[in-house]
Design a protein around this ligand. Sequence first.
Ligand SMILES: Cc1cc2nc3c(=O)[nH]c(=O)nc-3n(C[C@H](O)[C@H](O)[C@H](O)COP(=O)(O)OP(=O)(O)OC[C@H]3O[C@@H](n4cnc5c(N)ncnc54)[C@H](O)[C@@H]3O)c2cc1C
Length: 432
Amino acid sequence: MKYDVAVAGGGIAGLTAAIYAAKAGKRTIVMEKRERLGGRAVTDKINGAYFNLGGHALYFGDAQTTFRELGVRLQGNQPSTEALGIWKGKVSTFPMGIGSLLGTPLLSLKGKVELAGWLAKFGKLDMRAYDRMSLREWMEHSVHDPMVRHIFYSLLRTASFAAAPDLQAAGPVLQQLKNALQGVLYLDRGWGTMIDELTRIALEHGVQIATSSKVISVGHRGGAVRHLLCEDGTQAEASHIILAMPPAAAYRLVPQAEATALHTWKEQAIEITTACLDVALRRLPKPKQQFAYGIDQTVFLSNQSRAAYLSDDGAQVISLLKYQGTDPNPQQDLLELEQTLDLVQPGWRSELVEKRFLPRMTVCHDFMHMKRVESPGPAVPEIAGLYVAGEWATHGEMLVDAATASAKRAVQHILSHKDTGRAPNHEHRDAI
Ligand SMILES: Cc1cc2nc3c(=O)[nH]c(=O)nc-3n(C[C@H](O)[C@H](O)[C@H](O)COP(=O)(O)OP(=O)(O)OC[C@H]3O[C@@H](n4cnc5c(N)ncnc54)[C@H](O)[C@@H]3O)c2cc1C
């Protein structure tokens, strides 16, 4: 089997890269180790309810632009931003706009004036100015009222899924919040529909898709890629290979990876994880309480059914997240998430249709943090024709936007370097 481009990993990054390569006329294959495509963007239909792997929302960022360009048809709606804040074990109005700002008991008059100022100017800021400072530094420098800081942290946590202000570079997170404040999309029947669409478009462009094909090695010789080898012995010869999988997995596949940038990218990676509790309820005990930000707890609750079709029999699908630190305790996290449901939807247990707890999901394998040595990819400079993609290969984008943006970077690099020689920008590294 001979290809121009072989992609290992059939998540959003791998599928996006494959489509762009095929659209450019490249003979392309995607190899995915699981039986189904989609990676972390799959949706499971359980007992009539559509559960993503934890709460998912599509922001107005690179992914939406990419999907529009590719002709991905998505159905869903923007949820209302009317929210509650959880503070000291109680729920109260969360300030998201002028009305809720005036009404909230969470802020003093001084705090309300400061937050109103932020609401007016936030959308106009150029966030790139804050790329080189940590989120904590930005906060301490820019926001004065302690409760306004708490509220900002809570919004930024939700937008980025991370509770690591000392590590997070401020610019990308602030940009993500800016995107989120434009509204998000909850997708009918979940994110699996996005995968179905990407698969349809990939097949239409002639991409060959091989599921249950675990790649175990990247063959390279003379400083250039040769083939992908699968567990079942299948081999795909290719002049360009895109590894659209986590950095540690990519590293393991490449002989002599320790002498490549893959080593740096694996070593510098810091994971972000969440505990996810999803429930389908016959009805909501408190219909007006559908959306809540933890302010003094790193939790989040959203009834995704308020904007998307997520159940065939009218059940309400609520996603709860607990943003974890470096030392998560799944039992404690489950307790905290159930207590959050008790607070926001008391009596939910007697309405329960289905429940799923995922104790530790990796939301991203790396992000823009203060300890980063360099931004990964698109090319692995020591091995001509080798590329990486995935949400961790971010150059500033976050989450799925980083998955699509990194995929496009890899294909653009392939198309702009027609030979398989070394990329001149990266000659500083040793040849293999
Ligand atoms: C709980 C949770 C909530 C999230 N919420 C949001 C959200 O609200 N908004 C947002 O934008 N993003 C969100 N995300 C992130 C989003 O889901 C990911 O950014 C995106 O799905 C990542 O796609 P990917 O292709 O980079 O990686 P993956 O989806 O992980 O795909 C990698 C693929 O590679 C395959 N693979 C690995 N090793 C091999 C091998 N050796 N051979 C062949 N195949 C292999 C895997 O099976 C997988 O299919 C969330 C993620 C989680 C976990």
